[in-house]
Design a protein around this ligand. Sequence first.
Ligand SMILES: [Zn+2]
Length: 213
Amino acid sequence: MNEQVDEQLDELRRELCEYGRRAAALGLVIGTSGNLSARKGDLVVVTPSGVALDRLRPEDCPVVDLEGRVVEGERKPSSETPMHLALYEATGARAVVHTHSVFATVVASTMTELPPIHYNALLLGGAVRVAPYATYGTPELARNVIAAIEGRQAALMASHGAVTIGGGMEQAFEATRLLEWLCEVYVRALGVGRPTVLTEDQLTAVIERALSG
Ligand SMILES: [Zn+2]
């Protein structure tokens, strides 16, 4: 690998560590659950299996090619690497964040989609679909997630958690935070009464308003 590519991969490794710590500090991940990845060209830097995200060091993060073969690093890539790679193949994403955050998991374990009760849901593409359950790390789960995330920046995974994508790690991470906030608002709203779901017309009006500056 040439020096320039190496430097760019090192930068992504540092980013994974930084956002891994932030995810842990915000309570979005606990222990070794959750994983992050970032793509550069035909290579993907991914968090390793079995290392807590708040203790991650740049050298812990393996580099894989788009088929999942390890091209650099000593540690085993996260067990959810097939899902990350499928997302890179199916979307233009440059970063993927997967967590088992509490409110996202509550919604993912009880519903088939997160209805848009707040207009900020549009930042993720609208209602967030829940991908049907499949065993973690399997191609079936990856397929389900690809179908659920179509036209969106986020998907929930039944009885499992959440996944978001972005043009870079910051964008994917902010999508994870927003998704968790939307899920929390929805769950808390359910505890108070019947949440009002925004209509298509109301959502279209928000988009028009945003586009008109
Ligand atoms: Zn998981």
